[in-house]
Design a binder for this molecule. Sequence first.
Ligand SMILES: Nc1ncnc2c1ncn2[C@@H]1O[C@H](COP(=O)(O)OP(=O)(O)OP(=O)(O)O)[C@@H](O)[C@H]1O
Length: 239
Amino acid sequence: MVNLIAQNIEMCFDERQLFTIDRVQLSEGKTIHLQGDNGSGKTTLMKLLAGLLKPSSGTITAEGFAPLPWWRSNPLLGKAVYLHQHPYLFDGSVEYNLRYPHPFSDLSTNELNQRTQIAIEMAQLTHLHKQAASSLSGGERQRLAIARAWVMRPKLLMLDEPTSNMDKYSQQLVLAMINELQEFGTGMLISSHQSCALTSLCNQTWIIKDRTIVSSSAAINPAKTAPINIQDSQYVIAN
Ligand SMILES: Nc1ncnc2c1ncn2[C@@H]1O[C@H](COP(=O)(O)OP(=O)(O)OP(=O)(O)O)[C@@H](O)[C@H]1O
């Protein structure tokens, strides 16, 4: 079981305090909805947990991961995969982007090849697989980035507004991929302004309000009671 634990955090930009956190924990097997108004600090919190930013004070610790390679000085980098709402893609084709992280995976080559083929189909990118990733639309880019994460099956994944830019059909495709990652046990932090089908997969909520973060458990998790059918209209995500 892997965990990222943030304790006694204060985050400021210049003199402005953005938020404080007593303690939050992102763990394998948990799916957390991160809520908060525009500018409240959702992206900043994800970047802190990903090791891309340092808190003004406090500690973020990683538990249960393999020991660091000698050349890696930042102990948080690479622990939780962070997907920005405008995801970074490599120069090259759609398929190249899906294959690029293979060398960093613990999965076997066979399994990675199989998963890559399935991911292309799940993300409905088959007809575009040789096309330059840079030429994709915003929604297609997000689908590709989530498909890439699905192939890698990370232990922890943070999705920043994953369905912004997406039409309902794309949202359904993403929902199916996220649901599978959840079944596999990937711990996820999903930021979204609104409650929707995606956030109904969550079993915990972190709310950034009044410059602090409150955590609460959700009463039910529909994903555990009803398997997702992407044709099923109840799982269409509201814009
Ligand atoms: N590097 C930075 N330097 C100074 N201020 C910053 C920096 N990064 C973010 N901020 C400020 O911190 C605040 C929180 O930004 P953040 O992007 O984390 O909010 P958010 O909750 O993700 O917003 P949104 O819902 O609009 O995406 C904003 O006011 C932003 O301008």
